[in-house]
Every structure is written in structure tokens, then in C-alpha cells.
Design a protein around this ligand. Structure first.
Ligand code: DON
Length: 331
């Protein structure tokens, strides 16, 4: 395990970086033993808790991948980043933020408590389930496939292929998610749901069941790090204002009630998913210090062993180490 601060000035080439990341993945794989795979969506319990993989895509074209990088997994709550951006692109930011706030809750992602406590019943942010269901209900179209089409279109532009829904995971959640149904009925009763409840739930469960890899997450992260532009040709994929609001929400709400610690100890926008994915965004640093990926990078991590807030425990520790070694923090 590499200790202390490394003089990256002489180690910026791929071979050295690959060796360090391999070493760090091997070290933090041990942390998978401290977590548990999700089981409230029954099929997610079949994941291998010892898996840990990472992909890092730099704006300078450098890519570093290590560990279990070929394991497909479902995007889960990371899909809320995509649906939020699509809703803003289709309806306008103010329309969306009139209906969903931008405040962290400090509670679990599927907590109902704040819905009742807050005077306007308005969901706190688009990344807790109440906010995500509200956003999904805003997506254009009367059917689930109509609503999902723009999400697949955006994903295809960002990752280079059209991903598919893992139907087993969709079915497993659709059959067991009483909590999301309860949240959905509350939103219906308080007037925040803009579509049929069952269509909204079907769309939401399917968006969460979209299957991706860490490489796909790194591509998405790099586009956000590049303020919504394709790093290869600077073509706009996501309007800059929407990309920036999304990163702000990822920093303050993306890791749920671990968001404060993640912002403090890692310092970059990130969004987790309950199947063990994390997408992280390291914007360009203005410092001309000799660190890797100074022009910015996107990072995708997969580690299905979760800590008690629903975030990948080894993934978070690995990102904390990399951020400290490479000075990724935006602060
Ligand atoms: O709605 C749910 O409970 C899941 N489909 C997604 C939750 C999730 O990914 C929370 N993130 N850590």
C-alpha cells in the first residue's frame, strides 16, 4: 500500500498510475467485508460483496481501470441524476425546482418523514425517493416507455450505446416496493404527482434497473466534469446551467446522509446507487500543481457491499484515498 504523498510530477504516465490504482483497489477490497449487499430488493442480494472496480476517464484522454470492471450492475439511484437532467431539459429548471427543492434531508433516501413535516410537503431534493418519483412523474408521455425514451437517448449520447433494463431487477423491485408505493400515494394525495401513479412507479423502477458498468459511469462523470460538454469535441450534451445545478445537488445530496462527510473528506460531487455504483465528478483544478487528471475526470466505482446509509463502503474509502492522493477536492 502506498503511504504518504507521492511526487506525481514524475509519475504521471499511465504505467505508474495504473500500478498505484491497482494497489489501492487491492487494499480497499478488504473494506468490502465491513459492508453488506442490499437485500430489500431481493435480487440485489445475489451480488458478490467482494467485488470492487473503478474506471477513471480524464479529459486529457487518459483512462485508468482496475478491479472488477466488467461486472454489469443496475444504476439504481444514479438514474435520478439522469431523470433530473432530462426533466430540466424538457420542462425548464424553474418548472422542476418549483416542484422539488434543492435541500439535503440528512435522512435515509426512502424516508417519508420530511414529506409530512415540511409545511409545503414539497420533496426536499430530486435524489431522495420522494423527489425522484416527483421528477419521474414530470417526464413527458403517458406510458413508461414514452417517459423512459429521453433517458435512454441521453444515456446513449453519453456512453455511446443504448443500455437495457435488467428485467429481473425491475420485477424484483416492482413486486416488493411497498415503501415507494406509500411515497407515491402521499405525493398523489398532496398533488405533486403529475402522472398516473402506476405508470410513474413502473417508469421509476425501470430507470433504476438500467444496466451499466463502471466505464459508463466514468463517461457520465467526465461529461459533467466538463460542464455538460463532450470532452472529445466540446459539443453540448447537457446545458451548462443544468450540469452545474446537478453537480451542486450531487455534492450536497448525492450520498444521502453521508453527503456531508463525503463533501468534507472527498470533496467532489458524487451520486451513489444501492446496487453499489458511485459516479464521481472531478472538475478541472485551476491549480497548476503536478497532479494526475488536473484537467478533470469522471470516475465510476462498483462495490456492492454497502455501509448503513446505502453507499458502497469500499467505493467511498477508495474515492477518499484517491481524492487525497491526487488533490481532487474542489475546495
Ligand atoms: O427506490 C429504491 O429504493 C431503489 N430503486 C434505489 C435506491 C438507491 O439506489 C439509494 N441509493 N443508495
Amino acid at each position: 500500500m502506498v503511504q504518504g504523498t507521492v511526487n506525481w510530477n514524475i509519475k504521471l504516465d499511465k504505467e505508474w498510475l495504473q500500478e498505484y490504482v491497482d494497489d489501492w483497489v487491492a487494499f480497499y477490497r478488504k473494506a468490502t467485508k465491513e459492508g453488506n449487499v442490499a437485500s430489500y430488493i431481493p435480487i440485489l442480494a445475489k451480488a458478490n460483496p467482494n467485488h470492487l472496480g473503478i474506471a477513471i476517464h480524464g479529459k486529457n484522454g487518459l483512462k485508468i481501470c482496475s478491479g472488477d470492471i466488467d461486472i454489469p450492475f443496475t444504476i439504481q439511484s444514479i438514474s435520478k441524476v439522469i431523470s433530473f437532467m432530462v426533466a430540466c431539459m424538457k420542462n425548464g429548471v424553474s418548472y422542476v425546482l418549483d416542484r422539488v427543492d434543492v435541500e439535503p434531508t440528512g435522512e435515509a433516501f426512502n424516508s417519508i418523514m420530511h414529506l409530512e413535516m415540511k409545511s409545503l410537503n414539497k420533496p426536499f431534493n430530486p435524489f431522495v425517493n420522494a423527489g425522484a418519483l416527483t421528477v419521474t412523474s414530470m417526464l413527458n408521455g403517458a406510458t413508461s416507455s414514452d417517459k423512459l425514451a429521453p433517458l435512454f437517448n441521453l444515456l446513449e449520447r453519453m456512453i455511446g450505446y443504448r443500455p437495457s433494463v435488467n428485467q429481473e431487477v425491475f420485477k424484483s423491485e416492482d413486486e416488493t416496493s411497498a415503501r415507494n408505493r406509500a411515497i407515491g400515494y402521499y405525493l398523489l394525495e398532496t398533488g405533486f404527482l403529475e402522472s398516473d401513479l402506476e405508470v410513474t412507479l413502473e417508469t421509476y423502477f425501470k430507470q433504476c434497473s438500467i444496466e451499466i458498468t463502471v466505464d459508463d459511469l466514468a463517461r457520465i462523470g467526465l461529461i459533467l466534469a466538463n460542464d455538460g460538454q463532450d470532452p472529445n469535441n466540446e459539443e453540448e450534451i447537457i446545458p451548462r446551467q443544468i450540469a452545474r445545478i446537478t453537480k451542486a445537488l450531487m455534492l450536497t445530496c448525492g450520498m444521502y446522509d453521508a453527503s456531508g462527510k463525503f463533501a468534507t473528506y472527498v470533496g467532489i460531487p458524487a451520486k451513489s446507487g444501492v446496487s453499489g455504483g458511485i459516479v464521481a465528478v472531478a472538475p478541472p483544478r485551476v491549480r497548476n500543481a503536478p497532479f494526475p487528471f488536473i484537467e478533470g475526470c469522471g470516475i465510476g466505482v462498483y462495490g456492492p457491499a454497502l455501509e448503513d446509509r446505502g453507499n458502497s463502503i469500499a467505493g467511498m474509502k477508495l474515492l477518499k484515498h484517491i481524492a487525497s492522493q491526487w488533490d481532487l477536492s474542489i475546495f
